[in-house]
Design a protein around this ligand. Structure first.
Ligand code: NAP
Length: 282
């Protein structure tokens, strides 16, 4: 079994981006990410802090907009529209969740697709589905990058994803399909799930259920990617895969923590640099 070290790989990607940012700055482009957070969600505060740290490390400018939970939809939309207009802002990220009285879909849809570094805008989603250049949602993008960097073949392989969310499962399905895998997606209504997962050459768990994927659900020699981030009874981070037992059967496996998580932030940074590079061309 080989461990796919997301932490190390993410560090390498951030190093590469650092050099690219230096080059962009020499050409008078200062890559900048604007992050909007509404209310005081504890987990979001941690995610946003990590994103700000990554920007700082790479040399990406970072501007944070912390909005009160009581803001109106119009106030949120006005801010997004203003950021869409600003030439100095290359990437816009709206941290979810936002309070329930606000329409997050309308907000995501209004982010200019050229600044949509999270890849949630329907234009980017559509472009991904027809295989055009676009911003890919950062977690699936990170998973694909891991497979590429470890030279794991995808073409012609049977890939199974557990989870069909708009931010992980569905875009990952498109990414794997674009790389010529035969892809099956499972969800909470799937019957006899273990029969399907046992067919996978590449198995991705993205459902948010601790240690859901057991040894008997995995084919010997499969590549197992664990997207899940859960807290167990002791408050420790655990994935969706029973790592201890599944790792004995897999050819490659990602750990939690230190697997997909750091890759997600690295790919966000990569998307911001890509947006800035495009601004240079324009
Ligand atoms: P989500 O929106 O809650 O979606 C979960 C998906 O899993 C749904 O499609 C659901 O099916 C399916 N599912 C739930 N229980 C199932 C079961 N027993 N059997 C089969 N399918 C089941 O979650 P998400 O946002 O995609 O996140 C998934 C996990 O990844 C979470 O642990 C999250 O914290 C983690 N995550 C990690 C990163 C990272 O950077 N590493 C990024 C994003 C998310 P239905 O559609 O039928 O309800």
């Amino acid at each position: 079994m080989k461990l796919i070290n997301g932490k190390e790989l993410a560090k390498k990607i951030r190093e590469g981006l650092k050099n690219e940012v230096i080059k962009l700055k020499k050409r008078n482009i200062n890559p900048k990410l604007a992050v909007i957070m509404v209310g005081h969600d504890k987990a979001s505060e941690v995610y946003v802090r990590n994103k700000s740290k990554a920007c700082q490390e790479i040399g990406i400018e970072y501007e944070e907009f912390l909005l009160e939970a009581t803001i109106t939809q119009k106030e949120l939309m006005d801010l997004i529209n203003n950021l869409n207009e600003r030439k100095d802002v290359h990437g816009i990220l709206l941290q979810s969740p936002i309070p329930e009285h606000l329409d997050i879909r309308e907000a995501f849809n209004s982010i200019d697709y050229r600044k949509d570094v999270d890849g949630f805008n329907p234009i980017n989603v559509g472009k991904l589905s027809i295989g055009e250049d676009c911003f890919i949602s950062c977690t699936p993008y990170g998973v694909i990058k891991m497979l590429e960097e470890y030279n794991i073949p995808v073409e012609g392989k049977r890939a199974v994803i557990i989870g069909r969310s708009n931010i992980v499962g569905k875009p990952l399905l498109q990414c794997l399909l674009n790389k010529n895998a035969t892809v099956t997606i499972c969800h909470s209504k799937t019957k006899n799930i273990e029969e399907i997962t046992r067919e996978a050459d590449i198995l991705v768990a993205a459902l948010g259920k601790p240690k859901f994927v057991k040894e008997n659900m995995v084919k010997a020699g499969a590549v197992v990617i664990d997207v899940g981030i859960n807290r167990n009874e002791e408050g420790k981070l655990v994935g969706d895969v029973d790592f201890e037992n599944v790792s004995k059967k897999a050819s490659y496996i990602t750990p939690v923590p230190g697997g997909v998580g750091p890759m997600t932030i690295a790919m966000l940074m990569s998307n911001v640099v890509k947006a800035a590079r495009k601004a240079l061309k324009e």
